[in-house]
Design a protein around this ligand. Structure first.
Ligand SMILES: C[S@@+](CC[C@H](N)C(=O)[O-])C[C@H]1O[C@@H](n2cnc3c(N)ncnc32)[C@H](O)[C@@H]1O
Length: 222
């Protein structure tokens, strides 16, 4: 592991670990401004899953940077079946997730390390919400490499959200992204991708489709 990489993990773990408290709401621990702000992002994923898979199909979904794994409950409450797997790099957050929701498949690992902890194409959908938000110095390059890794691990879709550079009230601790720059980088890497930026002023979601070569058509609508 490079020292820049271990600094990065150290900063992220430190930030989230010290926020864990049994009496706080999940969105407060995870640094979302409100439950609506957290769920507004999840709702975009819900719509994408509903468009891409038939209602009786249960895709294997990796929630990368799952935090307290509240996405699992959100999807269940909205009648969206997934075979949910969560991973996070912050052990203290995962311990709290297991305490709040026993029985979920959660793992402590870093998907972005040189040797990924999962084989290629392990999941139909790889999703992450809020994991690129903290300003760590090289967010733009890291996010593009991260998206490419997510596509490698998926058989169908990789979906991630980012804070939008058009945001009016910016925080110094956060990084704000340019959707066009990310799309251009993905295009260069040969990854078909689209952006949704119509649901919140301060956020956008990138949807990457697994490139067709060597990718047998999975079940679904599109
Ligand atoms: C803002 S919270 C979001 C949690 C969850 N996705 C949600 O929306 O409720 C960010 C989470 O991502 C995790 N995280 C940040 N970078 C990560 C990485 N490279 N790999 C895995 N988890 C990461 C943090 O530990 C933290 O739990």
């Amino acid at each position: 592991m490079t020292s820049h990489m271990s600094d990065r993990l150290h900063q992220i773990r430190g930030y989230y670990s010290e926020r864990v408290h049994p009496r706080l709401q999940g969105y407060q621990i995870l640094s979302w401004s409100s439950r609506e702000a957290q769920y507004g992002r999840f709702r975009v994923l819900l719509e994408i899953l509903q468009q891409c898979f038939p209602p009786d199909y249960c895709p294997v979904l990796l929630d990368l940077g799952c935090g307290l794994a509240e996405l699992a409950k959100f999807l269940l409450e909205h009648g969206c079946m997934v075979d949910y797997r969560g991973c996070d790099i912050t052990e203290k957050i995962l311990a709290e997730a297991r305490r709040r929701t026993p029985g979920l498949q959660l793992e402590c690992c870093d998907v972005f390390q040189a040797q990924p902890p999962y084989p290629a194409a392990s999941f139909e959908v790889v999703y992450c919400s809020g994991i690129f938000n903290l300003e760590l110095g090289n967010n733009d390059a890291f996010a593009l490499r991260g998206l490419i890794r997510m596509v490698q691990l998926s058989r169908r879709l990789a979906v991630a959200n980012f804070l939008h550079r058009r945001t009016r009230r910016k925080f110094r601790a956060c990084h704000y992204f340019d959707p066009d720059a990310l799309l251009a980088g993905l295009h260069q890497a040969g990854i078909p991708a689209t952006v949704r930026e119509d649901y919140m002023e301060n956020d956008f979601t990138i949807v990457c489709h697994k490139p067709a070569a060597g990718n047998p058509e999975p079940p679904g609508r599109s």
